[in-house]
Design a protein around this ligand. Structure first.
Ligand SMILES: O=C(O)CCC(=O)N[C@@H](CCC(=O)O)C(=O)O
Ligand code: ZN
Length: 323
């Protein structure tokens, strides 16, 4: 772990130079928020990590990129916003403290309240909005880097937030494949997530990336992020490739299972992994009178979690896109 992250986790003030060795300006845009501005950027790249405080592999990855930018081993040819999303939760190694940050984006204060997570989500929204407001005609990318609670039959996958009237972008899906992302889930409705927010309100290609399983700092050696890191390093230097690679598996999100009360029961063992097949006709979940029966052919479960707060997503039912 390098100095900036160590200071952030220890709640010490950062000790940063005003410029990088190559001349790009460096400024602090808030706690865990760094803005890097070269004179003539080729693209605008926002990397966020640690939105969930126990998801450390992406935090270590961004820490490495930042350390190389600071000592000049990596030159900034892109305008960059780096966000370590939830410092208090990172300090505790918890997914979240008062509320799940990634369920608060784009929501009005009447729905989120004024707790620390709600305030942080608004600070992150402001930073992202201000960042992309200065992008002009430059390409805009946001990768929100996560890891999953459960094991997964597909280790590295991405969520493509609902793009409304825009088509799913095949160049950006190919970029994800070049990053080692094996599957992309195409969302069919809006979400209260950071990547949906930057897509909707920042005009960015926003994606959530799931990079293996959530583990503590220093325990992430088993997940291979080398292809992602190589592409991020290219993007940071300002190189925007059009990748010609085999496409990842595509899934559409058929349904979101929303827990409505504490009576919610998910009929899946805790050991069931992401992308496990769901037998057609089986009872997936119940909540009082409501029953979720698997109607889809070839359905899989992603992010099953019966412990979420009522009102939140307790799982996604996804189906493969037939080519
Ligand atoms: O493994 C899990 O159940 C959750 C892992 C995680 O934090 N995933 C993100 C996905 C965000 C999205 O749908 O774009 C989340 O749940 O916030
Ligand atoms: Zn997460």
């Amino acid at each position: 772990m390098h100095a900036y992250l160590a200071d952030l986790l220890a709640a010490r003030a950062p000790d940063l130079p005003p410029t990088l060795p190559g001349g790009a300006r460096l400024s602090v845009a808030g706690e865990g928020l760094l803005l890097i501005e070269p004179a003539v950027p080729a693209l605008d790249l926002f990397l966020s990590c640690g939105i969930h405080g126990n998801e450390t592999a992406p935090v270590e990855l961004v820490d490495r990129l930042l350390a190389d930018l600071l000592d000049g081993r990596l030159g900034a040819g892109a305008r960059l916003l780096l966000a370590f999303g939830n410092p208090p939760a990172l300090r505790c190694g918890e997914r979240y403290l008062d509320d799940d940050l990634n369920r608060l984006f784009g929501k009005p204060a009447e729905q989120t309240g004024e707790g620390p997570a709600a305030q942080r989500s608004r600070e992150l929204e402001r930073a992202a909005t201000a960042f992309f407001a200065q992008s002009g005609s430059r390409p805009r990318l946001h990768y929100d880097l996560h890891t999953a609670i459960r094991g997964s039959a597909i280790e590295k996958f991405a969520i493509y937030p609902f793009p409304h009237e825009a088509p799913f972008d095949l160049v950006e899906i190919a970029r994800l494949a070049a990053c080692g992302i094996e599957a992309v889930l195409l969302q069919s409705k809006p979400s209260p997530t950071f990547s949906y927010f930057t897509r909707r309100h920042g005009g960015a290609h926003g994606f959530t990336l799931e990079l293996g399983r959530a583990r503590p700092f220093g325990d992430n050696g088993s997940v291979d992020l080398s292809a992602l890191e190589a592409e991020l390093r290219r993007l940071v230097t300002g190189e925007l490739r059009r990748h010609q690679v085999a496409p990842p598996q595509l899934f559409t999100v058929s349904r979101e299972i929303i827990k409505t009360s504490e009576d919610f029961r998910l009929h899946l063992a805790d050991s069931v992994e992401n992308f496990t097949a769901l037998p057609q006709g089986s009872l997936l979940a119940e909540d009082g009178e409501q029953r979720w029966v698997v109607t889809e052919e070839d359905a899989r479960i992603v992010f099953p979690n019966p412990k979420v707060k009522p009102g939140l997503r307790a799982g996604l039912v996804v189906v493969p896109v037939r080519h």
